[in-house]
Design a protein around this ligand. Sequence first.
Ligand SMILES: *Cc1c(COP(=O)(O)O)cnc(C)c1O
Length: 386
Amino acid sequence: MSAFLAYGRQTIEDDDIAAVAAALRSDFLTTGPRVDAFEEVFAEAVGARHAVACSNGTAALHLAMLALDVRPGEVVIVPSITFLATANCARYVGAEVIFADVDPATGLMTPDTLAAALNQVGARKLRAVLPVHLRGDVAELDRLEALAAQAGAVLVEDAPHALGSEAVFGNHRERVGDCRHSAMSTFSFHPVKTIATGEGGMITTNDPDLAARLKAFRSHGMVRPADGDPWWYEMPEPGFNYRLPDILCALGQSQLKKLPRFAAQRQALAARYDEVLADLAPVVKIASRPDWSTPVLHLLVALIDFKAAGLTRRQVVDRLKAKGVGTQVHYIPVHTQPYYQARYGQLHLPGAEAWYEACLTLPLYPGMTPADVDHVAASLRAVLGL
Ligand SMILES: *Cc1c(COP(=O)(O)O)cnc(C)c1O
């Protein structure tokens, strides 16, 4: 059993280290053949035509906004239960954020909460809706897409939690990242995510023009016309340096080979959590899984009735920590952040607030054993006095 169970962590093995060492001994530390190679295997793994690597998941979101040419004053809808970056990317390009509420049982934006957000667009131009596959469960993409399309907008899936997740809509089994319902999907390879490169991100799309724009904005806005001289480049619009170095693409390729194993390990551990936490209901419930979704869970979120247990969340967090169990809270509703409150006033999103009151993320990562899950459950039972 591990000494301390963090809520999430990377799994780096000897062959991952060897792949990085090989990159370090090669001619290219950045912008070499490993970037294209990683993009190619990633696109294939998720079933998209194009994949564009970039420096992290936040850069991926910013690049998506740039590729769509989202402009100041235009509107982007994001769920309030997400990481800050999902909303911030709209502000990077001067767009305004409308926060959608979430289902308090799943934490996901739903067609109903999107419809309520759409009512607030008014005369402004809505450009994009950014569903987040919170925890790894897939948002209801087919219906969200239809609503967004009626309003003249596209979906951009913020998918860092859902690499390997699948869903069935109608007769189609779909992989997250295949962009069947969206213009683009974004991923992160932060150490707690399903595969890790330290920092790293990816955008997938089926649209060759978007892929070309993403690649240009990733590297200063430079484009090289096919018929140009060898040194020639042009900059139609300024971009950024959001490249992912070859060293990290080597690690990404090596990690991606393990996705099937990591996914199976996460699914087996999540199934064990279902079993061992079942009799802690109704005080402890695992966040619901929508029936169309076959997740590779990134986060195991328990929804806890702290009032019923007679404890504050802080007490539970501290007492679990003393038993070697790390936890985290995903997430503080973004609409309550000082910056967004100052900009948009005090909003009331009851689903997001209910989710935040109850959520506690328990340890889940491939290096855990079933005995570790049992230890988490026993610790929770003891701390809550159940
Ligand atoms: C991790 C994450 C991001 C940001 O990714 P970074 O690689 O840390 O920049 C954005 N959105 C969601 C939902 C995430 O989980």
